[in-house]
Design a protein around this ligand. Structure first.
Ligand code: SAM
Length: 295
């Protein structure tokens, strides 16, 4: 019997519109789909709702942050077992398989067992979830580099100051600790922070503060995983930024309560009919100069 292949597919952050066309083709040709819960299951459900017929058997390995009901070694063994039985296997993973996703680990295991592996990159939550709040990770004159890190690992050595954006995944449980460490470094306690929860999901919500306020705000708002934490001056570019934001200045017919929770829709929200973000005000920080884009 000919051995099947394993295709690692990035499902994106949980919106079928952000699955790649190549990813969709792989799903359509699969005999078996081994899916994580975060991102991946939601995409399969949305495809079904849109009338996309997938004939594959779906095996839910249920991975959510901090909760892995099927251990990694069993997932690896499952992929190899199905491929050896001659099946085309898609391993559907949230975001991009190679961004804090153990994708290469799974691929190395399969290759060591003689199973060929293909990779279809996905849209990582590290970039796409901040975009929900209109936050770019780089912006001319504001930030030219960014670091994506797992908040489960030591972050003392992260480079740069507030002009070097830090994106923390899996960052809610350790938020007070990581914010404290970053505040004591070059970024300082006033460095802006945004938390975007459940990007593209029904619980989508944005919380904005600084390194000194964000942990208390998150506790009051009962912020939960999944969430992406963005640290740096780029947060000031968000339409949700409570100060004199650049995006607010660009929105001429803007209607919103700058002391409450309603803000003008960003062009992104308008274009794609996303629900409005509901930020919380921490303080009124230094505004960006609209010419230099510096605080
Ligand atoms: C184990 S990491 C996997 C990251 C994934 N490989 C990627 O590229 O997006 C899981 C973390 O990604 C973030 N995440 C993934 N999808 C998200 C979403 N829709 N909204 C907010 N955060 C998300 C959260 O920080 C979550 O704890």
């Amino acid at each position: 019997m000919t051995c099947g292949t394993v295709t690692l597919v990035g499902a994106g952050p949980g919106d079928a519109g952000l699955l790649t066309l190549r990813g969709l083709r792989a799903l359509e040709h699969a005999d078996v789909i081994v899916a994580d819960r975060l991102g991946a299951r939601a995409v399969l459900d949305q495809l079904a709702d849109e009338g996309v017929v997938l004939t594959a058997e779906v095996i839910d390995v249920g991975k959510t942050p901090g909760h892995h009901p099927v251990p990694q070694n069993e997932i690896n063994a499952l992929l190899v077992r199905h491929a050896r039985a001659g099946r085309e296997v898609v391993r559907l993973k949230g975001g991009d398989p190679f961004v804090l996703g153990r994708g290469r680990e799974e691929a190395l295991y399969c290759e060591a067992e003689g199973v060929a592996v293909r990779v279809v990159p996905g849209v990582t939550s590290a970039i796409s979830v901040p975009a929900v709040a209109g936050i770019p990770l780089t912006h001319r004159g504001v930030a030219t580099a960014f670091t994506v890190a797992s908040a489960h690992d030591p972050i003392e050595q992260l480079p740069g100051g507030s002009d070097h954006t830090v994106v923390l995944l899996m960052g809610i449980g350790t938020l007070a600790h990581t914010a404290g460490i970053l505040a004591r470094g070059a970024r300082g306690a006033d460095c802006p922070v945004a938390i975007v929860e459940d990007g593209y999901g029904s619980g989508e919500r944005v919380t904005i503060g600084t390194l000194s306020t964000i942990a208390a705000l998150a506790a009051v708002r009962q912020v939960r995983n999944p969430a992406v934490v963005v640290v740096g001056d780029v947060v000031r570019l968000s339409s949700a930024w409570p100060g004199d934001s650049l995006s607010g200045a660009l929105s001429e017919d803007a209607e919103g309560d700058r002391d409450g929770t309603r803000f003008p829709a960003t062009s992104f929200e308008t274009a794609f009919r996303l629900p409005p973000v509901s930020p919380v005000l921490a303080h009124r920080p230094r505004p960006l100069d609209r010419k230099t884009l510096q605080p």
